[in-house]
Design a protein around this ligand. Sequence first.
Ligand code: DNO
Ligand code: MN
Length: 355
Amino acid sequence: MKMVFRWFGENNDTVTLEQIKQIPGVEGIVWALHDIPAGEEWPLDKIMEVKAKAEQAGFHIQVVESVNIHEDIKLGLPSRDLYIDNYKKTIASLAKAGVKVICYNFMPVFDWTRTELRKPLEDGSTALFFEQSRTANLDLFEMVKRINENPDLSMPGWEPERLERVTELFEAYRNVTEEHLWDNLKYFLDEIIPTAAANDIRMAIHPDDPPWSIFGLPRIMTGQENLRRFLKLHDSPYNGITLCSGSLGANPNNDIIAMVHEFADRIPFAHIRNVRVYENGDFIETSHRTQDGTVDISGIVQAFHQNNFTGFCRPDHGRHLWNEQSRPGYGLYDRALGIMYLWGLWDAYSKNKNS
Ligand code: DNO
Ligand code: MN
């Protein structure tokens, strides 16, 4: 297991490379060119700048998260070919910089969705929270209308300056079903995976977060059966999964340990974090420790260990501790604690091979 740590870059992160260096066992940063809009080609010189900076601090840049997918690709519009072409060029440039894994997601309109970014936990820390009733059975246009009437109902990702664009996108997705999304994903994979293979880069799709449809938008990377279908869409070792325990774990019916066993050789990248799911379907992110949430983190690490996992792993979102003013979910402290928990489990399983 190779430990890596997400870093948003000098201008976008409160955490420094020097700080990350002091977390035991971190060998690389997980990065992206966050200023390049989805669909555009990543310039090689910008990639090389990040590489130089990271290497100077003693890290590699083998894992990228994310090269985002342009909405036209997810919508299956004719213009997708242009964006797919740019994606291929980006893959080739990333290979030149030594990148081995590209994480991405195929969620329409939104990446991860939460209703609150700083919900207090009992211990006084705060964490990302999802309140089921805020979104359940809500038509997206109804939601936009409500937010326009009462900005307090707004959620992360729904800021006024984005609202118009969001409405436009919703309109575009009106008749896009899950099956359309599957078709559009297959089209993308059939185009991209041969390029990834030629460049020895493993593509690793991130599960949807939360792993169910919201606001009527289709979501398909949601659980074991669908991940199985995904791997068969384009059967190649270069077509893989980012196994994110927190995203999948928001649905308590997801058996993540079973997924690790079934998909082990197609998981180049693991995101490990815990969530606590309540009976009403709400969930909050917690410390990585098994007892603190409803996801069996030690069982998942054990499953990776039993499969001799040699891929990359990172702690995922953490709580905000000790008044840290960080990006939501991406502070230094709780992710560092998370890493030490993951190493503790890993080393214990390594000592006792039979466990
Ligand atoms: C949530 C995070 C995600 C992830 C992107 C990848 O679990 O890991 O924000 O970075 O969905 O594209
Ligand atoms: Mn994740």
